[in-house]
Design a protein around this ligand. Structure first.
Ligand code: 13P
Length: 234
């Protein structure tokens, strides 16, 4: 059983989400299917699909115009929230510390954080991939985690690029994350791979050791692309 999570980023509409949810109803799968959608689409009713947000405030409430708290997300019935996505790190300057604070807010409000780590092309070229991944895991995950979390490895240079790392690179990264999580007392934490996943490469990618599922961007927007990923593994 794998976790197949979609990240709609800033795309879609409520009616498109309703259509996706209804298309997913008839899919025969044991896999866990999650859709992380814009805040305005949370709360769509009656779905087997589990919904999540894509970001959360570091604050609980108050004078923070434009922010959305973990409690507000939980109030919609959503179960998950992505934190530290590379686009948040890149365009909003989020550091590992900020990401950890967001994950703490999620956990304190009963949400499962999907904590993203991954290297940029410059970091890859400088030979820093492993160091960036390990510090990302150590610094972005709250200490004293008592409930479920999910970690996602997203090599930033491969996102939306139609590129994926080699199997060996994915295997090495996921082994490092799994070992680091074990050292942190978090063995068994699911580790997702994300970046340019599609129906043609998903089964192969999910056959790699320590890949417990995928976090899918572009190919999660339309059911004809997303469903083949969900059904590509048992
Ligand atoms: P793509 O699947 O479009 O490369 O995006 C990956 C991603 O960023 C998922 O969070």
């Amino acid at each position: 059983m794998k976790i197949i999570a979609g990240n709609w980023k800033m795309n879609g509409s409520r009616s498109e989400l309703e259509k996706m949810v209804s298309d997913l109803e008839s899919v025969d799968t044991q896999n866990t299917v999650i859709l992380c959608v814009p805040f305005t689409m949370l709360g769509v009713s009656g779905c087997r699909t589990l919904l999540g947000a894509q970001d959360v405030s570091t604050h609980t409430h108050g004078a923070y115009t434009g922010e959305v708290s973990a409690q507000m997300i939980a109030d919609t019935g959503a179960k998950y929230v992505i934190v530290g996505h590379s686009e948040r790190r890149q365009y909003h300057g989020e550091s590992n510390n900020t990401v950890r604070e967001k994950a703490e807010m999620a956990l304190a409000n009963g949400l499962i954080p999907i904590i993203c780590v991954g290297e940029t092309m410059a970091e890859k070229q400088a030979g820093k991939t492993m160091a960036v991944i390990e510090s990302g895991v150590r610094e972005s995950i709250p200490s004293d985690v008592q409930t479920d979390i999910i970690v996602a490895y997203e090599p930033r240079w491969a996102i939306g690029a139609g590129l994926t790392p080699t199997h060996a690179e994915i295997a090495t990264a996921h082994k490092l994350i799994a070992d680091t999580l074990t050292q942190m007392g978090l063995s068994g934490t699911p580790i997702l791979y994300g970046a340019s996943v599609n129906g043609d490469n998903s089964a192969d990618i999910m056959s790699i050791a320590n890949v417990d599922g995928v976090l899918v961007g572009g190919a999660s927007l339309k059911s004809e692309k997303f469903i083949p990923i969900i059904t590509s593994v048992k």
